[in-house]
Structure formats: structure tokens, C-alpha cells
Ligand binder design. Structure first.
Ligand SMILES: Nc1ncnc2c1ncn2[C@@H]1O[C@H](COP(=O)(O)OS(=O)(=O)O)[C@@H](OP(=O)(O)O)[C@H]1O
Ligand SMILES: Nc1ncnc2c1ncn2[C@@H]1O[C@H](COP(=O)(O)OP(=O)(O)O)[C@@H](O)[C@H]1O
Length: 207
């Protein structure tokens, strides 16, 4: 019996089918690929391209996209520091469950604060949390501005926009960094290939 937060008298119920059995069934190892970066840096593009590439190789993945989750699980959360922290914490917990289910869980969120990303890393075995930093210059993200949000933020119509008047703290020790080469952004399939190579090398794509 234990007390956790406001819950008392709660017990952990062990299920007889475990993680290793599920991984054997799927012939892969569960993990979390956590994609972080500015709005417009290409997080969703990479997440979708990576999911497609893994699918074509017969590997089961699932994308948790920040924007999409804010329509449901995280409906009601805004963009204050506290709400972003709660947003990331919830997605970290869900991603952990997906990884335990044996899936390659691809989380795609700005996740601007280092401590929040590190807290998600700490929920998993270190090797099973693969942090991918979309290291794209703000100028490129702002030029892309697919939703017109940077324009609104510059005009003061959105307050607390990441990269404009709210901070983005780049990772210090990420597993993978996606960046421009000679001023050119790699294509979506090249970015996905970089992550797939990492997963392959570390043995996640086989049991
Ligand atoms: N103030 C502010 N700052 C940053 N982003 C904003 C803001 N307001 C709305 N949006 C839109 O919300 C998307 C980011 O949601 P996330 O859940 O990934 O954000 S966070 O991780 O909690 O910071 C983000 O989507 P992406 O462009 O896909 O990153 C924006 O479209
Ligand atoms: N590697 C890329 N090459 C060219 N355009 C890209 C690339 N990645 C993303 N884009 C474009 O940039 C814009 C923002 O990408 P998106 O994936 O929505 O970013 P984020 O999820 O980080 O906000 C989109 O219009 C997308 O088509």
C-alpha cells in the first residue's frame, strides 16, 4: 500500500505478460524518440517521415505530436511555463507507456525547457530516451512560418512565443542533432534516415 500525491491506498498490479514478451512479438525494442526544437524547425515533418520509414521496415511506431495532443489529452493547457511543464510531463508519461508496450514512440514537441526534457528522460532507462534536437536557426523557422504565428508574435499579438519572447533551451547532451549543411536543410527522408541509422546501430530494430 502507498500514498502518491492525493491518492492513498493504491497498489501496483503486475501483469503476467511483460515488456520482453511484447518486444519479442514485435521483433523490436520499445523506446522514446523525443524531437525538440523551435516551432517551424521541422519536428512534425521528421516525426511523420520517420514513422513512415519505420512502418515500411515492418516496425511499429506511434507519433505523439504536441499540437495534436493539445486537442485532447492536453486540452486546457496554455503556454505559461507551468502549463508547458505539465504538457511535457503528461506526454513523457504517455510515451513511457508506449515504450513499455514495445513501440517506438516518437514525441514531437517544442519542449523548450531543459529540466522538463530531462525529467522525461529520467522516467525511462537512459538508453531508451533518444533526444533529437532540430537545430535550425530561428531565421529559417521564421521564414517558413507555416501557420503565420511568428508574424503574430512579432506584432505582439501572441505573447510568450518560443524563440521570440519565451526561451528555448537547446539540449546539452542530445543523442542526435539535425542541422543544416552548407546552409541547406536535409530533406525529410535524410533526416529520418539519420534517426533510423541510430536506432539500427543501437539495436532497437530487432529483438
Ligand atoms: N506561445 C506559443 N509558443 C510556442 N508555440 C505556440 C504558442 N502558441 C501556440 N503555439 C503552437 O503550439 C505548438 C507547440 O505546442 P507544444 O505542445 O509542442 O509546446 S510546448 O512543448 O508545450 O512548449 C506550436 O506548434 P509547432 O509549430 O508544431 O511547434 C505552435 O503552433
Ligand atoms: N527538411 C525539410 N526540408 C524542407 N522543408 C521542411 C523540412 N522540414 C520541414 N519543412 C517545412 O517547414 C515547415 C515547418 O515544418 P513542421 O514539421 O511543421 O515544423 P514543426 O513541427 O517543428 O513546427 C513546414 O512547412 C514543412 O513543410
Amino acid at each position: 500500500m502507498s500514498t502518491l500525491g492525493n491518492s492513498t491506498n493504491i497498489f501496483w498490479h503486475e501483469c503476467p505478460v511483460g515488456n520482453s514478451e511484447r518486444q519479442k512479438l514485435l521483433n523490436q525494442k520499445g523506446c522514446v524518440v523525443w524531437i525538440t526544437g523551435l516551432s517551424g524547425s521541422g519536428k512534425s515533418t521528421l516525426a511523420c517521415s520517420l514513422s513512415r520509414e519505420l512502418h515500411s521496415r515492418g516496425k511499429l511506431s506511434y507519433v505523439l505530436d504536441g499540437d495534436n495532443l493539445r486537442h485532447g489529452l492536453n486540452k486546457g493547457l496554455g503556454f505559461s511555463a507551468e502549463d508547458r511543464t505539465e504538457n511535457i510531463r503528461r506526454v513523457g508519461e504517455v510515451a513511457k507507456l508506449f515504450a513499455d508496450a514495445g513501440l517506438i514512440c516518437i514525441a514531437s514537441l517544442i519542449s523548450p525547457y531543459r529540466k522538463d526534457r530531462d525529467a522525461c528522460r529520467a522516467m525511462l532507462t537512459d538508453a531508451n530516451f533518444i533526444e533529437v534536437f532540430m537545430n535550425m536557426p530561428l531565421s529559417l523557422c521564421e521564414l517558413r512560418d507555416p501557420k503565420g504565428l511568428y508574424k503574430l508574435a512579432r506584432a505582439g499579438k501572441i505573447k510568450g512565443f518560443t524563440g521570440i519572447d519565451d526561451p528555448y533551451e537547446p539540449p546539452l547532451n542530445c543523442e542526435i542533432e539535425i542541422q543544416e549543411k552548407d546552409g541547406v536543410c536535409p530533406s525529410p527522408s535524410t533526416m529520418a534516415g539519420q534517426v533510423v541509422s541510430y536506432l539500427e546501430d543501437k539495436g532497437f530494430l530487432h529483438q
